[in-house]
Design a binder for this molecule. Structure first.
Ligand code: KG4
Ligand code: ZN
Length: 347
């Protein structure tokens, strides 16, 4: 069984071919980072146009590399949400067109489910497992029980963790995206120099909140002498921020592990690329006798292989979609999850 997967929900255009023996036959990814960098964030219109320009070329490349024709496919999967609607339309319409012309099943993939299923592609793990999804747009703890069955245990009341890294980076004068730059500067810094808040620490639930931490970084910068930060101040601030974020992340994850007596913890999303945070999660897992699974970095951030794999998982169960399925900017994995009682809640 082999499926073509298309990802266009944010600022990466990606196509990949994956088979049901968990082999990635070919993958291509075009990052739009340079197009968005001058704006300090992702611009939806710019993203949609770039997807339109790049996607068909990437599809041709993966098909050529794998030596396959569209007639060899068992299905076509495209991210149908959640995400920026312009990009979703490009991917879904392209996928539907291929599927219609070649009479192949179409699979409308939930982007969050694709992240959550990635460890089954990379490590072949079995259900159930706990998923910590931390990216620029999402910050959730989910119990993955089966394909299509997820229980949201925790979510953020305000900013996603990647968003907090990006905002903290901006406050200290680093460019977008901020996560990798903050991690780099933090290596040389003193994490104890600035006392920053540890949001939500010790609460019995497992929700997150990061906007207070970001505000504390802004206030700390304002309290320093005006002008560009010295290298020492910059490094110490990045290290102090990362340590505070790490304490909060570990505490919330510990609460979720306890809540469902998890034996396996999976960390995915762009922030999972952070080796300091990975180390903290590794230490937590070891202390609790839990197995930590962290897919390789390129499969933690948005990519086509995770969409193709989600397509395989759904196709195996006969979970295909009709060609009138619509892309959805909002598409919670667990619609039954308790609404969280704060302003600006993200599902
Ligand atoms: O999953 P992703 O590529 O895109 C989505 O948001 O869906 O995640 C991007 C986010 C950005 O906020 C970026 O700053 C953050 O992941 N990020 C990191 C690191 N690398 C990327 N955050 C902390 N440390 C990193 N090394
Ligand atoms: Zn993502």
């Amino acid at each position: 069984m082999i499926v073509l997967g298309l990802e266009t929900s944010c600022d990466e255009t990606a196509a990949a071919l994956v088979d049901d023996s968990r082999r990635i036959r070919a993958e291509r990814l075009f990052s739009q980072l340079e197009a968005h960098r001058p704006f300090g964030g992702v611009v939806p219109e710019v993203a949609a146009r770039a997807h339109l320009e790049m996607l068909d070329g990437l599809i041709t490349e993966v098909m050529d590399e794998a030596g396959l024709n569209f007639t060899d496919l068992d299905g076509v999967a495209a991210t149908a949400g959640p995400g920026l609607i312009g990009g979703l339309i490009v991917g879904v319409m392209t996928g539907k067109a291929i599927s219609a012309v070649h009479a192949k099943p179409f699979i409308a993939v939930n982007h969050l489910e694709a992240h959550a299923l990635t460890p089954r592609l990379t490590a072949g793990i079995a259900f159930p497992y706990l998923v910590l999804l931390v990216s620029g747009g999402h910050c959730q703890l989910l119990l993955a029980e089966a394909v299509g069955r997820y229980r949201r245990l925790g979510t953020t009341l305000d900013d996603a963790l990647g968003e907090a890294f990006d905002k903290a980076a901006k406050a200290v004068g680093l460019g977008y995206p901020g996560g990798p730059a903050v991690e780099r500067w933090a290596r040389a810094g003193d994490p104890a120099r600035f006392r920053l808040p540890r949001p939500m620490l010790g609460r019995p639930d497992c929700h997150f909140s990061f906007s207070g931490l970001k505000t504390a970084v802004v206030q700390t910068v304002e309290a320093l002498p005006p002008g560009p930060l010295s290298d020492t101040d910059l490094a110490d601030l990045c290290a102090s921020f990362q340590a505070a974020a790490g304490d909060s992340l570990v505490d919330r994850t510990r609460a979720a592990i306890g809540m469902v007596a998890a034996r396996t913890l999976v960390v995915v999303g762009g922030v999972a690329a952070n080796s300091y945070l990975r180390g903290r999660l590794q230490a937590l897992s070891e202390s609790l006798g839990v197995r930590l699974v962290a897919p390789p970095q390129r499969l933690c951030t948005d990519n086509g292989a995770m969409i193709a794999w989600a397509g395989i998982e759904r196709l195996r169960l006969g979970l295909t979609d009709a060609l009138d399925v619509a892309p959805r900017p909002r598409w919670p994995l667990d619609p039954e999850a308790e609404p969280v009682a704060f302003a600006g809640v993200k599902a």
